[in-house]
Design a protein around this ligand. Structure first.
Ligand SMILES: [Zn+2]
Length: 458
């Protein structure tokens, strides 16, 4: 009838839990109660640079970092998500220390903060510039984002990349930022499994899909575009070479789509070099990461890897050529150097899109339609929802109430962080693009309502 929403997977997701919102408070109370009954140690003081880490829980809220549950060196907590995050962080930090002689994400032993149980049914994980955050998944399509060990390494690597290279999270440097996280996520996964490059499956996020979803994981680094093909999810949209490069304003310039191209270059290099990915091609990518400018493009990054490859330069150059990235000059200016402006641009980019004037609701007709388009996120999927406001129903009443009081002008400047969502909100003819960090509680609720309506009898 009045509210419709795409993609269909969200319809299914919410239809399966029609009373979730109404019973939020009860669920939350029960869960908190259960955690206290399970026995929880008191939060531990966090040192600034002790090389350790602490896993927190948001208790399904959005306050970060939340309540400390398990610090490095402490025994298992009994909370599966906490203990998965612990294991993934421990292994990832060990890889950076043992293979790349890099102490924590900043190279200075910064204490790593991670939070699990973020929000409800949250299909995402991200690095917010300060800490790692993981959702529990929706329970139908996505399982816990702490479950695949490479997701932990992927998110920690976003912090590493920010510290080492400051790759601007947009366009080709943004796709490289994403790719570097997949690359070292794969290195970590293979290290945990004791695999060489030749034995690896190169699937990112294996185990993230719940049974019934036709997919091996979120991305296939060796064969981009083949990770899933599902009636509900659609087909893996990644391209495998430059002929499939996507120009778009979604997802900070398609960073989760175009990352498939450098991902495949890494796999081809790793297979050609042999041995383990972490110690073979991984060392070359690591060295290159430390030399490139924040706004480096694919060709510049490729040149940096060739320059860092030593005896493997031909293999690395050939790997990039196979994905359509030619490296004419292995040395020279291509890698460039960081400038102050480049550094300032990272994480400090101004919000895009138009900022509508403040709505004077008393003086104008009530809005008739609201649409939300969400892009980005670790999974790199797009979700859209639309509410026609002429109908009736409890959710429409709430949408109308929220619209009557929200101000769509950003209250603070946009800060874009790896794997966080980007939202386009349109109310009649007013449209605004907001980063996830710009959502107020009301806007967070509004976007969730518009994206996640029960289909009713439409
Ligand atoms: Zn990412």
């Amino acid at each position: 009838m009045s509210c419709s929403i795409v993609p269909p997977y969200l319809l299914r997701q919410i239809a399966s839990e029609p009373d979730a919102r109404a019973t939020d408070h009860c669920h939350r109370t029960l869960e908190i109660d259960e955690r206290f009954r399970a026995g929880r140690r008191a939060p531990r003081a966090v040192a600034a640079a002790d090389g350790g880490f602490t896993v927190h829980t948001a208790d399904n809220g959005t306050d970060l970092p939340g309540r400390a549950v398990r610090a490095s060196g402490e025994p298992a907590s009994g909370d599966v998500a906490v203990d998965e995050a612990y294991a993934g962080l421990e292994a990832s930090l060990a890889m950076y220390a043992d293979v790349y002689a890099h102490n924590s994400w900043d190279g200075q032993g910064a204490h790593v903060l991670a939070t699990v149980h973020y929000e409800r049914n949250y299909d995402n994980a991200f690095w917010n510039g300060t800490q790692l955050v993981f959702g529990d998944g929706d329970g139908e399509v996505f399982d816990r984002f702490t479950k695949p060990v490479d997701v932990l390494a992927h998110e920690l690597t976003h912090a590493v990349t920010e510290s080492v290279a400051g790759l601007v999270y947009e366009g080709q440097s943004g796709a490289l930022n994403e790719s570097v996280s997949d690359v070292f996520g794969a290195c970590l996964k293979q290290r945990v499994l004791g695999q060489g490059a030749a034995e690896a499956d190169w699937v990112v996020g294996e185990g993230l899909f719940l049974p019934g979803v036709n997919g091996r994981g979120l991305r296939d680094m060796h064969n981009p575009g083949t990770a899933y093909d599902d009636p509900v999810l659609g087909k893996d949209p990644q391209g495998a070479d430059m002929s499939a490069y996507v120009e778009t304003t979604d997802d900070n310039g398609g960073v989760h789509l175009n990352s498939g191209i450098p991902n495949r270059a890494f796999v081809l290099a790793a297979l050609a070099i042999g041995g383990t990915s972490a110690e073979g091609a991984g060392r070359i990518w690591w060295t290159a990461l430390g030399t490139v400018a924040p706004d480096v493009d694919f060709a510049g990054f490729a040149a940096a890897t060739v320059e860092a490859a030593g005896d493997h330069a031909d293999a690395v150059r050939d790997a990039w050529a196979q994905v359509g990235v030619e490296v004419a000059q292995p040395a020279g200016d291509a890698a460039g150097g960081a400038t102050a402006d480049d550094v300032a641009a990272f994480g400090g980019r101004a919000g895009r899109g138009t900022s509508p004037e403040s709505r004077d609701h008393s003086a104008e007709a009530a809005p008739t339609v609201v649409e939300v388009r969400r892009t980005g996120g670790f999974a790199g999927r797009t979700a859209t929802g639309r509410c026609d406001l002429g109908g009736e129903g409890a959710h429409l009443d709430e949408v109308r109430a929220l619209l009557s009081r929200v101000d769509l002008r950003p209250a603070k400047p946009a800060r874009t962080y790896p794997d966080m969502y980007s939202y386009v909100i349109r109310v009649d003819d007013d449209e605004v693009t907001l980063a996830e960090t710009q959502l107020t509680e009301d806007l967070r609720r509004l976007t969730a309502l518009v994206l996640e309506q029960t289909p009713d009898d439409s």
